[in-house]
Structure formats: C-alpha cells, structure tokens
Write a protein that binds this ligand. Sequence first.
Ligand SMILES: [Zn+2]
Length: 201
Amino acid sequence: MGGYGSGRRSSWGGKTTTESQRRIDIRWMKRQGYLRAGTMGNLIWSNRGEQTGLITYSMVEEGMVLNYRYRINGGEWQPVEQSIIFDRTPCNYGGHRTWFRCPRCGKRVALLYGAGKLFLCRHCYDLAYGSQQETMSDRLMRKQRKIRERLGADMDLFIPIWQKPKGMHWKTFGRLRQEENRTNYRMNVIMGKRLGIYFDG
Ligand SMILES: [Zn+2]
C-alpha cells in the first residue's frame, strides 16, 4: 500500500559535480518502485550522517507533488508545494523510459536539483558551467548568480531579490540589486534578439 513514510525512506549518495546539491533522480525512483501512482514517502539527503534535506513526495497521475519547507538566508521557513509532470519515451527494446519535465523550461530530464526554492533542471540552475564555452548570456547569468550568492538570494533567476542580508549596508544592497537588474535587462535583450523581440534603449 505504501502509506506515508512506510519504509520508503532513503538517502542519496553518489559522487557527481553537483553532489552538494539536493537532487532527485527519476531512474533511481523508478528502480525503487516509487513511481507507481498513489505512492507516498519521504526523500532524505544527508552528508556525513547529517541530514541536509527532506521532502515528501506523492505520486499522482502522470507526475508527482513535492512538499517541503524552504528558507533563504536563515529567514522564516515557508512551505512549498511543487508539482512535477512526467513524460515517457519508448525504449528500443520495448517498454518506456520515464522523464521529468523541468517545471521551468519544459526540458525532458532525469535529474532535478533543489538548488533554490524549486526543483529544476541543471540548465535552469546552471550547475554545469565551467568547461563548456561560455556564451554572453551564460556570462551574464553567472554574474547574476554571483550577486545572488552575495545577497543570500534564491539561485532561481526568476525569483525576485527582496531580502537584505543581516549586517549588509542598505547602500551596498541597493547597488547590488541594481547591478543584478541591469544584468537581467542585458540578458533579456540578448534573449529577446534570439526570439526576434527588441527592447527600447
Ligand atoms: Zn529547466
């Protein structure tokens, strides 16, 4: 039956470039038999015996719902509920493979990362930069994330920055926010040009 937390607890290990991140691997979930509709349980991450994350999942028709708490920079905990849709592709040898649809970009992916408030694909969180050639928009995105890191803001670029870190001067906070805004604007111009949209100024 698989009721809440009925033996469906597990922790993730595995060494990857993103090992410090909370992540969900759909292949792993499938192997564990968690993808059956109606299944519920907890996913727990730990690092050297210390729990670093806990979410509750429940499988619904063609997807799952995640529930967890999130806070920025030692602020108030807030409850988050996130729905993730699944997608299927046929396998060569019969059967099918199940994928997550990234809730931000819609890409078909096997892994979702909880690097900010939401679980998104690595492209949306830009977790794999480094070796690849950087484009202008990558550079701008990286700059935005650097500023966000300094401000203790969410790494999801779509979530606005509003909280000033304790101990930071309002002037510094204002300047960094403005800089992030400008970078964001430049990025929109680049993205817009790609899509054939032009901004004024
Ligand atoms: Zn994505």
